[in-house]
Design a binder for this molecule. Structure first.
Ligand code: NAD
Length: 356
């Protein structure tokens, strides 16, 4: 019997290399916005100025921080209110999109997101804020951007190592959604297509970083990954990575890229259907083989120790993650096996040690 409840989130997606400025101008006109706030970090500002070339901007906001500290959110909220803003446009990575979401949370202003990484935040209704070094996330329809403008030309400047880490962050959305609390046949199909697109696009990027073909595939895969993830809900992988990012301040994309094979190895033997689907999307006999072959080709991040995590953080991480692990996780999670997972991820041990 096939029984499920699936909710599709409504967004307009405009996809076209070199078309971001024209697409933004037509969307601003379509929405009838008069007071646009452009959000972009200092680094992203040059790209954002090109994207905003054909619109009038009421306010530029550059104070963007990773994981959206509450103080940073408050400053942006006050700035938007003081300037009578009626539309938020964010140009940048997940941190910049995250700040626009933090403003939308309280102001209910619409967002047009122009992503420049493969983080995928633009296609979710999930917000994240960090307060007193604890990251909290939540769901709110108001933070879902009304429009996404994808332009692969904007990702050309993303260095190869960051492209790989960010693309594997998208891959993590796809894989973790396979055992998310609301996994269903629709989001699983989107996640599988995301795995296929990312696994084809990322090697094209490492092979030809200045070409747009791989970058287009990666952006398309990143979008699918986020749609699948927001529909299926956060699984074990995301619960772990949110703690590693929020409490230990580890870099987001690299942390996801490193932890993913460990969570896959940990869960795969307990989730045969998901395992088979992931393997088929990679075109390999086993899911872990597909992921690891791709990671090898991409020279992907390997050990959490390389990003500042240390053995004395494991017990604290486990204690915070454990109560948050969704009941849908296929493998029962306890202090001992979660500790083992993090020990292996810390040093870059072969994830196959976690296959039971
Ligand atoms: P990021 O936004 O912090 O960007 C990483 C770095 O890359 C920054 O220095 C940025 O300026 C730079 N950068 C961005 N675009 C670039 C480009 N085209 N060329 C060169 N450099 C560029 O990192 P991220 O990985 O994109 O996003 C991570 C954040 O997004 C985290 O806070 C994470 O929690 C959040 N996130 C949220 C969701 C959600 O659904 N709410 C989903 C995914 C990620």
């Amino acid at each position: 019997m096939l029984t499920f409840v699936h909710e599709t989130l409504g967004q307009r997606v405009l996809f076209g290399t070199g078309a971001a400025a024209a697409n933004l101008a037509s969307e601003v006109a379509r929405l009838g916005a008069k007071r646009v706030m452009m959000i972009a970090s200092d680094f992203e500002t040059e790209m954002a100025r090109m994207v905003a070339a054909d619109i009038e901007v009421a306010l530029w906001h550059h104070d963007v921080m990773m994981h959206v500290p509450i103080e940073t959110a408050e400053k942006a909220r006050v700035a938007a209110a003081e300037q009578g803003i009626d539309l938020l446009v964010c140009v940048g990575g997940g941190s910049t999109t995250g700040l626009a979401k933090a403003v939308a949370m309280t102001s209910r202003l619409p967002i047009i997101a122009v992503p420049t990484t493969y983080a995928g935040s633009e296609a979710t209704n999930v917000w994240g804020l960090t307060e007193a070094s604890r990251k909290t996330t939540g769901v709110d329809a108001a933070v879902l951007p009304v429009t996404i403008i994808y332009d692969a030309a904007l990702t050309l400047s993303l260095p190869v190592d960051l492209s790989v880490a960010s693309g594997l962050n998208g891959m993590a959305h796809c894989i973790d959604s396979m055992w998310g609390p609301r996994v269903d046949p629709i989001n699983a199909a989107l996640g599988a297509e995301g795995i296929r697109a990312l696994s084809q696009g990322l090697p094209l990027i490492t092979g030809d970083p200045s070409g747009t073909e791989g970058r287009e595939q990666a952006l398309y895969g990143a979008y699918l990954s986020a749609v699948a993830f927001t529909s299926a809900g956060s699984g074990l992988h995301h619960k772990l990575c949110h703690v590693l990012g929020g409490t230990f301040n580890l870099p987001h994309a690299q942390t996801h890229a490193t932890v993913l094979p460990y969570v896959l190895a940990f869960n795969a033997p307990y989730a045969p259907e998901a395992e088979a689907r992931i393997a088929a999307a990679f075109g390999t006999a086993k899911a872990l083989t597909g992921l690891q072959e791709l990671r090898k080709r991409l020279d992907a991040p390997k050990a959490l120790a390389d990003y500042g995590f240390t053995a004395d953080g494991i017990a604290k991480a486990v204690s915070i993650v454990l109560p948050a692990v969704p009941a849908s996780n296929p493998r029962p999670v306890a202090t001992e096996n979660l500790t083992r997972l993090l020990q292996a991820a810390l040093t870059g041990e072969d994830p196959a040690v976690l296959l039971d």
